[in-house]
Design a protein around this ligand. Sequence first.
Ligand code: UTP
Length: 470
Amino acid sequence: MTETDWREELERHGQSHVLRYWDELDEDQQRHLQAQVASMDFDLVERLTHQWILSTPPPRKGAAIDAVSVIPVATPDRADAREAWEMGERALADGRVGLVLVAGGQGTRLGFEGPKGTFPIGPVSGRTLFEYHADKIKNVRRRYGRALPWYIMVGETTEEDTKAFFRSHDFFGLGEETITFFKQGMIPCIDEKGKFMLDTKATLAMNPDGHGGCIPAMFDQGILRDARERGIDTLSYFQVDNWAVKVADPFFIGYHLLRDGEISSKVKPKRDPKEPVGVFCRGDGKVRVIEYTELDIYPQLLDTDAEGRLIHYAANAAIHVLSVDFIEGVYRNYAEFPWHCSHKKIPFVDETGERIQPDSPNGYKFETFVFDALVYARHEPVMLEIEPQGEFTPTKQMTGPDSVEEARASMTRYWRGWLEAAGCTTPLEDAQIEINPEFAISKEEFVEKAQSLPWPDSGDVVIGPDGSFL
Ligand code: UTP
């Protein structure tokens, strides 16, 4: 785009105010601002602005919804689960599975300086979320003798530090060639009058386009092509802040493949009816997630059955398996992909040049959610229930629900069960417990390997990758 082109584009869309400080900027700053404008999808932003901000939306009314059918927690005593396990193991051993981690979010609620993946979640070891994910991958690799390529989505704010962290840790011993970073898009924040906002005099206020941004990013940046070239047709998707996630669960992958999977999702039972989490429902013949913010228009989300159990208990655990072909199909119809809008406090530079930190919401952020891909599925998506402890410990904030504090307590309880099963004689009531997943990723594996471990007399129990006490 030439200078005339992008200036005209701003003019045409009524956004020339972002050039208010142009003459004060040095050449680098001008280039940066120009690049931000030139990379913008004006039509999309205009459509979203009209849809969400400038028009009065018609009163929203929830359509009829039904409960989704959920496969109960997979246990080897069930024939269907055994069949799924075998199928999943075969796919892993055949090298058909790759991993997708989304780590492009801003992590505002956690309030941690740096990408969330570099947060030291291990209460005693200080091991980071990225290291724990890498430890699990090493275990799965050893078991199936396959590389399990790891595709990691980063964003504008996490890219540099994430890559530097991986480099400085020598890619955690996984081999640089098995890790590919790709970058999600950004979308401008919009004020209450439908105008772009300036974060600094030289920078538009932008935010990452949501975890759903992994769909266009994987296509545009050749991730799907790379996966195919490596013989991968199935991708196991997880989020950086779930410490406990099973990065490549044979049960889940197996159910997905047995049902000709396009997209499959793990379900965790809702903690309480008003837990702020999206739930899977069926409406208009499609499975989709209804967000907790839609409770006012879907009051039936609180309905219970004759035994008092919540009907719509199937909460989204943000763990999915997606087929490579399915992602490409969604990409081809991405123009219809839904966007979500939230009212936020967005720091901005005002007309006098002062940077303002608002104390109430003053603008809008748009983003897409990967689970909206569910409505593109042609047949019934697999919904597999999990037990949250040992599989789902999202760390959104330091304390309270879905916090670091809760995650550590949950993992200590979970691993305490393994130690007890292995006959550990150390008093464990007040201990912090960490078991490196490279050593063991399941209770069965731990119990088998722990036969030869000498237990410490007391204190915290931290077992390293080779089974030694740290
Ligand atoms: P969250 O929705 O919890 O957002 O992301 P967040 O950015 O981590 O935290 P807050 O909301 O600012 O406090 C869930 C997962 O999706 C990824 C995050 O990195 C996390 O793994 N994500 C989120 C992206 O990769 N890109 C996004 O644009 C948003």
